[in-house]
Design a binder for this molecule. Structure first.
Ligand code: TXA
Ligand code: MG
Length: 357
């Protein structure tokens, strides 16, 4: 156990750097780990050029060392120390102009000697982004370093959208937490790579496929495969967690065109779990919530404004654990716009178990 420092800062921060951020930046400079808010989720930052510091991230999170980290910078000038500038194409530049600062991570060929090879997990590429959050930007400027930062959760748990989530997972394991209130988007950045002139979405996120297409109308965009298993194909093994974002209880997604049939299926499924003696939970949306009865019904945003679903998703998944819920049915949402990222996270949280009604 180490003592984790805690600073509360104002979201509407001015140009003056406060004492709190100055101290947090100093901790980063001396090789410690500091959690900070971004517009997507809280990140756990460390100096990307310092291998011992980056090791601190992997240890605190319990993260497998073959999963590379995103590097956060304050401005595009910092790019040249990290990546091979010759490989930056007009399409890359256009994406940076349109979406930075913002929730888009661009994977580019890494410059040798620029950052620790732990950051890239030995790959020849590095993912980079400029976060669109006043606190993150001030911290990055003050530290004057490229900062490697995965989401600030224990590996496998839902990403943190509040400083209290970071505290729950990492208190006593990291140098400090900058509390800047709730994050905005709620799901992580979109990770993309351009190869042979075509754009690959490696992880859907805050910037949608539609937004990318309108920035680069002539470029072919590849969305990731949607993994899915039939519910009955997978043995129910709540203890075995190779899933991400997963609540501790069993969870599956129920989806279908006929919303009445979906609601009936879910309620019957939950009633059966109740009879087996399990505590039950349902994840649903404002429009549907009144149909359900369970020990915990979580209303996760509104289908008419899918951004609100993204904002609430991780906190909702954490609530099931806080209440010790053993059996969960989650409604799916349409996979357009931000819905692609929402369903990507929900599928992982549900171990890819999906029931089509
Ligand atoms: O919104 C976000 O991206 C948040 C905030 C803190 O910025 N960060 C975040 O980091 O989500 P993390 O470590 O939880 O997720 C990084 C993702 C992983 O899926 C990783 O595999 C991918 O980015 N990634 C990083 N570097 C990569 C690379 N060189 N090539 C391919 N994928 C990469
Ligand atoms: Mg993560």
């Amino acid at each position: 156990m180490i003592v984790t420092r805690y600073w509360k800062v104002d979201q509407g921060i001015g140009t003056e750097i406060g004492m709190e951020l100055a101290e947090a930046a100093r901790l980063l400079q001396i090789g410690e780990t500091v959690a900070f808010p971004t517009e997507t989720v809280y990140g756990l930052g460390a100096d990307a050029t310092n291998t011992a510091a980056v090791e601190g991230i992997f240890t605190a999170k319990g993260r497998p060392s073959d999963n590379p980290l995103i590097v956060h910078i304050a401005d595009v000038e910092q790019l040249s120390s990290l990546i091979l500038s010759d490989c930056v194409t007009a399409d890359h530049r256009r994406l940076m102009e349109v979406f930075w600062p913002g929730p888009l991570t661009i994977v580019l060929p890494v410059k040798t000697g620029g950052i620790s090879s732990l950051v890239t997990a030995g790959l020849k590429t590095v993912g980079v982004r400029i976060p669109d959050h006043p606190v993150a930007l001030q911290l990055l400027r003050e530290a004057g370093l490229p900062i490697a930062a995965p989401s600030a959760n224990s590996s496998g748990r839902p990403s943190p959208t509040l400083a209290s989530h970071v505290k729950d997972d990492l208190n006593g394991r990291i140098g400090g937490i900058v509390d800047g209130g709730a994050t905005g988007v709620g799901v992580e950045s979109t990770v993309i790579e351009i190869a042979a002139g075509e754009l690959y979405i490696l992880r859907p996120g805050g910037i949608t496929s539609e937004q990318l297409q309108s920035a680069l109308p002539a470029v072919r965009i590849h969305e990731p495969e949607r993994e899915e298993v039939q519910d009955s194909d997978t043995p129910r093994a709540p203890g075995m967690k190779y899933t991400h974002y997963a609540p501790k209880g069993f969870m599956h997604i129920v989806q279908g065109e006929n919303t009445k049939a979906v609601a009936e299926w879910i309620q019957n499924d939950i009633n059966a779990a109740k009879i087996r003696g399990e505590s039950t939970g349902i994840l649903t949306f404002e429009e549907r919530a009144s149909r359900y009865h369970a020990d915990l019904v979580i209303v996760c945003g509104s289908l008419s404004q899918p951004e609100t679903i993204a904002q609430d998703l991780y906190a909702a998944l954490r609530q099931f654990d806080q209440r010790g819920i053993q059996y969960i049915a989650a409604e799916g949402c349409p996979e357009t716009g931000i819905g692609l990222a929402i369903m990507n996270r929900l599928r992982k949280a549900a171990g890819h178990r999906l029931v089509r009604v």
